[in-house]
Ligand binder design. Structure first.
Ligand SMILES: [Fe+2]
Ligand SMILES: [Fe+2]
Length: 129
């Protein structure tokens, strides 16, 4: 899935971080489509988890600093997403790589990026100077 102007938040830094998340998901989907991914799935989900957390904390600070009306909802949705990824990290450690689960994970991430960024993160635009 590609980042578009519809996801612009008024903060270049936040937008760049979002673009990286879109790119990571897109690149791993290409890896799966090429029949690979088993050897790098652990790196993908660990990196995703770390990157998302770093981004969430940056964005939450930004929303608080600018008194964004979506700040609370943003935090709750970040928390849910982090739990979702953590559960997959746990499942992977227990049961190992599963191509169908990996595709489902990417679908969920793409849907989440679309709805979360499109409805919550974009509210930053209303308060950014
Ligand atoms: Fe967010
Ligand atoms: Fe975000």
């Amino acid at each position: 899935m590609k980042w578009t102007e519809a996801y612009a938040t008024g903060s270049n830094e936040v937008d760049e971080q979002h673009k990286t998340l879109f790119l990571m998901s897109e690149q791993f989907r290409e890896t799966l489509d090429a029949g690979h991914g088993e050897g790098t799935y652990d790196l993908f989900i660990e990196f995703l988890s770390t990157y998302a957390m770093t981004h969430f904390s940056y964005e939450e600070d930004c929303m608080l600093a600018h008194l964004c009306p979506a700040a609370d909802r943003n935090k709750v949705e970040h928390c849910n997403f982090t739990q979702f990824i953590d559960q997959e990290v746990e499942r992977f450690r227990r049961d190992g790589f599963d191509r169908t689960v990996a595709y489902n994970l990417l679908d969920t991430i793409d849907q989440w990026l679309d709805s979360h960024i499109g409805k919550v993160d974009v509210q930053l635009k209303t308060v950014m100077p």
